[in-house]
Design a protein. Sequence first.
Length: 500
Amino acid sequence: MNNVGVFEKTAARAWNFLNEGKSFLPIFTIGVFLLFHAADWLARPNEALVGLISLIIVLPLLLLYMYFDFPLYLRNYLWLPLLVYVLLPWPPGYPAFDVGLALFATGLFFFFTVFFWGTFYYRMRIGTPWNNFARFWKLVLKHSDSTSGNAQEQVPKFLLILALWEWTYRWFGEAWSPSSDGMMTWGFIGGVGVYAWILHRNLFDWKPKEYDYFTKDRYPEPTEPLARRVYVIVIDGMRKERFFEARTPFLDKLRLEGTEYTQMETVYPARTVVCFSSMHTGAYPREHGIASNLVIRYGVKVESVFDALRRGGKKGRLLGIAHLVDAFGDDVESITAVMKHDEADPSILERALKVVREQDPDFLTVQFIGTDQTGHSRGVFYDDYIEKIEAVDKLTETFVKELESSGKLENAVIVVCADHGQADGIGGHGHLDEGERFVPFFVWGRGVARGRRIEARHSLVSLASTITHLLGCPFPSSSHGPTLVETFRDEPSGEGASKR
C-alpha cells in the first residue's frame, strides 16, 4: 500500500468543504439559488446583479447560521425562526415563502446526501452496495453531528436563508426600501442572532470539562524511560457498547490483563482530525488550531508528541489517513482511504508491520478505519458494524504476535482506544451525542497493572504526555492533565527500561 498521492490529499480536502456543515451551508445555499435562477439570468443578465445585491442584504443571516451550530436537541429550535418569518407581516407584492424554491432546495439536499454521498460516493470509495440509499435516507434523518448530512439542522437553516433571499430579490426590483424593508429584514436577522446567542448561552452545556493546568506545571518531567517502545492502536469510531457486544477475544484479553479506563472521554468537537490532534499534543482544539476535519491552516500550532520525542532523541510515527497529514505533516505515514471496506484494515495492518520492520519507531500510532467507514456508510446499529469490530480484533492479534516474534514487544506498552464513538444516523460524531463521548481505552504491557479498572473520569488529552513519560522524553509543552502512568502503574520499583 503506497503513500497517499497529491490527488487524494487534494480530493480529501475538497470533500471536507461539502462534508463539514459550516462550509456546506454557504456552498449549498448559494448554489441552489444560482441554479434556481440560472435560466432567468441567462435571458436577463442584469437581474443577476439584483441577485448579488439581495445576497449582500441577507448575508448576515447566512454568516450567523454558519457561526452557530445547533447541536443535538438545539436543532429543534431552528424551526421557530422559520415559523416567525412566515407569520411576519412582510410588505405585499411577493410571497414571503416561495414553495417552489423550498421544494427544489430540499430535493437537491436529499439527492446530494442520500444518492450522491450515501450511494455513489461510498460505492466508489469503499464498495458499499448500489442500493445503500434504501438505508441511508433513514440515517440522514437521524443524523446529529456537525456535518452536511444532518438534515434536522441543515434543512431549516437553508430554507430560512433562501426564503429571505428570494423575497428580497423579488421585492428589490419593485419597491424595496432600506428605511422600511431593510430595517424589517435586518431587525429579523438581529432577532435570530439574539435568539441563537441565548440558546447557546443557556442550553449548550454538555462540553467535556477541561483540565485547567499544563502537565509540566504539576508533574516532574521524566528522566528515565519506563518502556522501550509504545504502540497505540486507534480503532477509529468504535462505539463503546457495540465493542462490548462484539466477539473480540484478543482485545478482551488485553483489556482484562491490563488496566482499563472505564470513563475515558474524547474532546469536543469529536471529529477525527480534532481528536487525533488533541491525542497527540495534549492540547485542546482552541490551542492546537484544528477545529474540524476541514483544515484551512495546516499543522497544529503547538508542540506535538512527535516534536517532544525528537527533543528526547527518539522517533515517533503516525500511520493514518490523508486527513491527518493536515495536522502532523511529515510525521504521518499516510494511507489511502479509497479501497473496499473489507480491504482497508488488512492493508493498514500490512503497512503497519512494514513501518515496524523498516523504521522501528520508538512510538507508533496505527489508525484502523474500517469500523468508522462502516458506521458512516451503513449505520452503527447493524451487523455490518459489529463485524468490522470483530475483524479488527483479529488484525490486532496478528499485529501483536508479529511484534512478539520480532522481539519488538519486549519492554513495550500497548494502548488500545478509539478517538471517538459514533452516534445513531450515519455514524455521526462531532457534537457528543449518545455513543460518542466515552470511548474504550485500555493499556497492556511492561509494568502495567494487571486487571485494574480506573473508574475516575479521564480525557484523551492525557495520551500525549503518557507516551512521552513512558519513553523518558519531555512532555509536549501544551499538554494538559495528568499522565496516565500515575494511575496504571504499580509503585515504581527503580527498575530500568531494560528489565521486564
